[in-house]
Design a protein around this ligand. Sequence first.
Ligand code: KG4
Ligand code: ZN
Length: 340
Amino acid sequence: MRILGIETSCDETAVAIVEDGNRVLASLLNSQVKIHAATGGIVPEVAAREHIPVILPLLQAVMKEANCVWADIDAIAVTQGPGLVGSLLTGMDTAKALALSYGLPLHAVNHIVGHIYANWLDTTLDDQPKFPIVVLTASGGHNELALIENNHRLTFLGSTIDDAAGEAFDKAARLLGLGYPGGPAIQKTAQNGNPAAFSLPRPMINDAGFGFSFSGLKTALLVTVKKLTAGGKGLTATLTADLAASFQEAIAETLVTKLLQAARKYDAAEVHIAGGVSANLRVRTLAGQWAEQAGIRLRYPQKPHYCTDNAAMIAAAAYFHPRLTAPDKLVVEPNLALAI
Ligand code: KG4
Ligand code: ZN
């Protein structure tokens, strides 16, 4: 079955065609990162407008790259939420128009469920993820832990009570003058730094539940920077690298501790990480080491492109967890909760 996926929940306009939930025939996107770099973050109205001129050319390019005509497409899948309302609308209206014009079934997809199914992309049939799975989705806009017992049973375990990990990376990078998006910038700078140079908190790792909180960590970094720059001193390259490495280590250790605590509690066969922050090399290394010690298999998306927002994950989620919806009944849900 070939599903055409459309994703426009934030600042990426993305279209993809995926066969049987794992074989990606084409997955393209238009990134607005250069536009938002100028403001150091996403301005919702700007993001929403930028989707409009690029979505139809992107759709044509995907059909061409996948070597498909409309008769080859079996269904359309579109992100319903969570996300920015103006951004979601462009993808939703395009999907509805395509479904009605070509008489195709239309599936509504939860963006976070999409991130979860990014771990199925490019897997072979004899190496599909094994349940039960504990999955961490960490991005700019979301930070959740969930237990998946099968393709129809997902239990939400916890989320951040304030900032998401990606958002914390973005704000820390801004504070350190490293640019946007912050995650890749912090990771690059951290390569030359000492992760033990500064003692930063690992929030909520001793709590019994599976919540996260990154605003205090962000404040701890701000306080440290203020002390170091008191009296108008600037940060040296060494200090900046040490701060980036210490901050990255605190986030990685916090995320991985919670992931492994949940995996042990629910006797997971696999642990997965997904979302933009799953591209982080330190998070991957630490999760890999800890998962190996616990005898649990770790997966993260097979390509960096599948970690951050993309449409292949939306098509995969609709294949494994179809949510057929009538085009005239479907509306965007900016605050859609994680559920399947
Ligand atoms: O999944 P995504 O594209 O968008 C949302 O749904 O939010 O994730 C973007 C977020 C940004 O906050 C970005 O800084 C972070 O993911 N990110 C990273 C890395 N690559 C992207 N964070 C840490 N390390 C990375 N290598
Ligand atoms: Zn996302």
